[in-house]
Design a protein. Structure first.
Length: 452
């Protein structure tokens, strides 16, 4: 589904206006969908979890990127969220793409994107994929070890190679350096081998870890990359491009990260050096653009044994045990750790439940939608639909409302590393539907020209 913005939405080109419009559009889409479902009569699965995506948010992030890192061309990391409309929009905005597998490469090429706008940023590639990208003329790829260089020499000697170096990823949510990256002790030997094999090294890449929080990691990595540029020159390589990877969060840390990176680039790779700068941002673009709605499919009431045994008067507000006379509940929703909430396991996130609809009333974006810290609040734990005990979204949360089967919760910031790593465990779908809205006319205009 694609819901356009209302014609008369009062857009004045102000980013804050558009944020407001974004919430209106998302709220309308959520409400329309859940109100259209008759929970007693609907088809099996009609009340399944669904996403609402605001492509305007992706567009706003692009403008934010351009404003903060004007010299750095983004190659969106497809792995983060390969949503076709997101890819379409980013292609129309002129971005490149970081792909890690044949199917990601196919998805991007099938949109008509030129192979030169793809970097195969996986330092340890499958032989047959290397042959495949050679046939497709996707020339840019990363490497970080000698075995990989020999593989490339065998299957695609004309490839344009980026030497991925090790970084300090200790401040990141998802650490990558234990698996990838050549230490500065090994870079000369790798460059020497690449020269012997007659390969074409064109740049250096790094990744400071996904969800990084220490801007200084970028400074150190840029400095190390500069050292490798000098080493490469000694082996006859004239490197043309620095790839500063991903790791950018969408929150306010971005401006700080970008500031440090901008200064480091200006110091070590100034514009007059002629070095192109690219990056591989993933979560930065999509995390805030996707909201997910989940239906409460079952509830278990936990009667408080303390209240039963102690005969507490719940009306006695002087008692410290006053709330222990209340029940608490286990809520079971139709998505969980094996589904879109895989981000809890793999991406170390803690998605925050909010009330979308309860007892026939809508709560999106109201104060009552939020958890309460009030001692009188009703306590819930929130669980996914599978039979595994690990499948828990929230250990403990309090709301003012009593929630029951048929009510709906929503979770914001669900765009990064969610749907892409969902499984079909227990036979639940991993292919939830998405309603698209667009709070930025600029994005809508671009999408209009390249709708699937
Ligand atoms: N590039 C590479 C090689 C990655 O492995 C990743 C994430 O794992 C990314 C880019 C995207 O990182 P992020 O989503 O933190 O920007």
């Amino acid at each position: 589904t694609f819901l356009e913005q209302p014609k008369n939405h009062g857009f004045h080109g102000n980013r804050n206006d558009n944020k407001l419009l974004s919430r209106q559009l998302i709220g309308n889409a959520l409400r329309q969908r859940v109100e259209s479902i008759d929970h007693d009569l609907c088809e099996a699965g009609e009340e399944d979890t669904f996403f609402v995506a605001d492509l305007g948010e992706v567009y706003r992030q692009h403008l934010r990127w351009k404003m903060n890192l004007p010299r750095v061309k983004p190659f969106y990391a497809v792995k983060c969220n390969p949503d076709p409309k997101v890819l379409q929009l980013l292609a129309a905005l002129g971005n490149g793409f970081d792909c890690a597998s044949k199917s990601e490469i196919d998805q991007v090429l099938d949109m008509g994107v030129d192979p030169s706008r793809i970097i195969y940023a996986q330092p340890c590639k499958t032989n047959s994929y290397v042959r495949y990208v050679a046939a497709k003329n996707v020339r840019q790829m990363t490497f970080d070890n000698a075995d990989e260089l020999r593989k490339i020499a065998r299957f695609f000697p004309e490839a344009e190679l980026y030497l991925r170096i090790l970084t300090d990823d200790s401040s990141s949510l998802c650490r990558l350096s234990q698996k990838f990256g050549a230490s500065l002790d090994s870079t000369e030997a790798l460059l020497s081998l690449a020269a012997q094999l007659g390969l074409n090294v064109v740049g250096v890449s790094f990744h400071v870890g996904s969800g990084a929080s220490d801007p200084l990691a970028f400074l150190k990595a840029v400095r190390d990359a500069h050292t490798v540029f000098q080493q490469a020159a000694a082996y006859g390589f004239e490197l043309k491009t620095l790839d500063v990877g991903g790791g950018f969060c969408a929150d306010e840390t971005f401006e700080r990260m970008a500031g440090v990176l901008r200064n480091a680039l200006d110091e070590y790779f100034p514009a007059h050096s002629g070095v192109n700068i690219i990056a591989e941002p993933g979560r930065f673009y999509v995390s805030a653009a996707f909201t997910i709605a989940c239906n409460i499919i079952a509830r278990r009431t936990l009667e408080d044994p303390a209240a039963m045994n102690l005969n507490i008067d719940p009306a006695d507000s002087t008692s410290t045990l006053v709330n222990r006379g209340e029940n608490s509940y286990m809520l079971y929703v139709n998505d969980g750790l094996y589904g879109n909430f895989s981000c809890i396991m793999f991406d170390h996130q803690s998605p925050e439940a909010k009330i979308l609809r309860a007892g026939g009333r809508n709560y999106y974006d109201t104060d009552a939608a939020h958890a309460t810290t009030d001692a009188q609040g009703v306590e819930y734990s929130i669980w996914g639909p599978t039979c595994d005990g690990i499948d828990r979204i929230t250990e403990s949360i309090k709301f003012d409302n009593i929630l029951d089967v048929g009510d709906w919760l929503y979770f914001e910031d669900m765009g990064a590393y969610t749907k892409c790593s969902a499984t079909k465990f227990n036979g639940f779908t991993a292919d939830h539907s998405c309603i698209y809205v667009c709070s930025e006319p600029g994005a809508l205009a671009l999408l209009g020209t390249c709708m699937l």
